[in-house]
Design a protein. Structure first.
Length: 389
């Protein structure tokens, strides 16, 4: 089973449908009644301009310094008195995997088929747990507010407005699309799939949510679309200029395709953008310079950069705070830390002796309001809730 991201980057439409088919053989907890329909959104154009012009050249990026950035001073983690967040089991043992959240942060959702006669769909439980109920049986990639759904049909990508069933065919050639944070635009990647992967030429396309005004924004070698930023920009990875020696993370202006470098390196992993688009974080690994390896924070407007002293799994709590579970095999349980992006200072939110928990396979998700964490327990395989005080 696999979740469909309501945000960016981890969704693959084809994989979703194949996964849904595989669930036909699953059995588990009883289902329930569907949740109310998603709220409506504003009207979209009824006529779709699906014509696509050939990619046009865009301004070449200015020469940049691709050397390892000099990190700003980062405050070393200083333990402080730790509160005791509430830990609560939401589902039975071995229920499901890859939990995610409803837009209002009131339900934990997951893909399931709880019984032979139940439909495949997104099921959910409230913050107090209980028997999972069917949230929706309409599978696909959802906009952040769950008002729009993208899904494949007959080799094409369809976007549907759930309030009235209005549908549009997106000129992405059946490729997966990513909704902008406000649900007004789409982005997708086309081009060579490789190998060789590091030199394959790919194009990042954007359009209105109904598929109109589709255009190639930028071409990159060895990369593609990575997510949405603020102020009319998106993030791509790769080389806008194939002659550049190193891969990079680039902010691209939607207006004209101009680019600015945010980070560079040959092995950038775990790229994650904060909810408001102000910060991004990534891992740099196997760099010849040992000081360059680790988790980095980058301000997407100023390009301010700092390396963290901690290392482990991370998720954004809000636009200014990163949550991190340090990699420490000496502890019997995990511990949750909070990092302030603006300063790099870190503090523990849990004490493994007071609130013992262990996350299975890095499978955890932060609620949109930043107040809760849902995770799959390594102890029993059930979904548990950590309420942050």
């Amino acid at each position: 089973m696999r979740r469909f991201l309501v945000k960016l980057c981890r969704s693959h439409l084809i994989a979703v449908i194949l996964l849904a088919a595989a669930l036909a053989a699953c059995s588990g907890l009883p289902g329930g009644d569907p949740a109310p329909a998603s709220p409506p959104v504003g009207d979209a154009p009824s006529q779709v301009d699906a014509s696509i012009s050939s990619p046009s050249p865009f301004p070449s990026p200015q020469p940049v310094d691709l050397s390892t950035p000099e990190p700003l001073p980062t405050a070393s983690p200083t333990p402080t008195p730790t509160p005791a967040p509430t830990l609560r089991q939401l589902t039975s043992s071995g229920c499901c995997v890859e939990p995610f959240w409803s837009p209002d942060s009131q339900r934990v959702l997951f893909l399931d088929k709880p019984s032979p006669d139940a439909p495949v769909g997104f099921y959910g439980v409230g913050l107090q747990g209980g028997a999972p109920e069917l949230f929706t049986d309409q599978l696909g990639v959802y906009s952040p507010d769950f008002s729009l759904r993208a899904y494949p049909e007959s080799g094409q990508t369809i976007v549907e407005r759930l309030a009235d069933g209005q549908r549009w065919t997106i000129p992405s050639g059946g490729r997966a699309v990513s909704f902008s944070p406000d649900g007004s635009m789409l982005a997708w990647t086309t081009g060579q799939s490789g190998p060789p992967f590091d030199t394959a030429l790919r194009q990042v396309w954007v359009s209105q949510v109904d598929g109109s005004q589709a255009r190639s924004l930028i071409q990159v070698a060895g990369g593609g679309f990575s997510g949405w930023l603020t102020d009319g920009r998106l993030l791509v990875n790769g080389r806008p200029d194939p002659s550049q020696p190193a891969l990079g993370l680039w902010a691209v202006l939607l207006q004209d395709g101009s680019v600015s470098l945010l980070a560079s390196g040959e092995r950038l992993r775990g790229i994650s953008i904060s909810p408001g688009g102000s910060w991004l974080t990534y891992q740099r690994v196997f760099d010849p310079d040992p000081a360059a390896n680790g988790i980095w924070l980058v301000n997407t407007l100023s390009a301010e950069t700092r390396r963290l002293d901690l290392f482990g799994g991370y998720r954004w709590q809000d636009d200014a705070h990163l949550l991190l579970v340090p990699l420490d095999t000496s502890l019997p349980a995990h511990q949750l830390w909070q990092v302030e992006a603006g300063t790099g200072s870190a503090r523990p939110l849990t004490d493994s002796a007071v609130t013992p928990f262990k996350i299975a396979n890095g499978d955890w998700s932060v609620s949109p309001d930043g107040g809760y964490i849902a995770f799959v327990s390594a102890a029993d395989g059930g979904i548990w809730l950590l309420e942050l005080n």
